[in-house]
Write a protein that binds this ligand. Sequence first.
Ligand code: DC
Length: 276
Amino acid sequence: MIVTMDGPAGAGKSQLARLLAARIGFDFLDTGAMYRCVTLACLERGISIDDPTAAADCALSLDIQFSDSSVLLDGVDVSHRIRSPQVTSSIRPIADNPIIRERLVELQRVWAGARDVVTEGRDQGTVAFPNAPCKIYLTASPQERARRRANQLAREGIQADLDSVLRQQNQRDLEDTSRAFGPLRAASDAIHVFSDGLTEDETLDRLVEIVEARRGLAFTEKLTEKSTEKSTIGNTESSFTSDANALKTNATEGDAAKTNAAEANTPQTNVLASKS
Ligand code: DC
């Protein structure tokens, strides 16, 4: 089963997607790391990121692999180098390049294959895996996301002014949502998780709950198809059916089944690419 997790920068997607995958025994795919690998390769090989053809040729020549929690570029561990400020600030033309996007989406689909995967990014539920049975859109308010980012930087010994973190984040949001190909967007059938006011553990619990309910829904649909086998399943079917109905009810309330921790007073969630 494929679980997609999309959302804006700073929502805690990477960490929570990794934790979610570990908790439910799925593999984890960090698609942002793929865009970062292409950017790093261009920078280190003296290829202009602003030359779409040269950058795309570079992307097509790369071998990107995930091994445990490491990212390998042409066999070399680049897990740390792809997170450098220079890569982060240079990535936009790479993420905007339609040929590169097409190539990376193809690699994402091959990587996922028939595995059970939690895949995290911006376009996973909309472009890469539009038929995924479980789609999550993880977000938080801009202020909360900026506050978390500033705290994270402080833990790394970097003092960052909250206003400037918020300004940079707003700029990234704008770039991510206005991209012509593969923009950040919630799939119409994504379940929204809004993590303001939730701890990481609470958010993780909520994510696990969503995945388990979706698994139940998929199971129920299979049972319905195989109606002749129903009688042998007994009570198991009805408990899954109620989860399925709850999800269907939510889905009718808007474009997507939105879950707001504050409103629902329910524990909710926050969550990279590699095998967990
Ligand atoms: O999630 P991240 O910060 O590691 O992502 C790095 C960049 O790649 C970010 O600018 C958005 C972009 N990206 C994308 O366009 N599509 C994805 N599926 C994943 C990331």
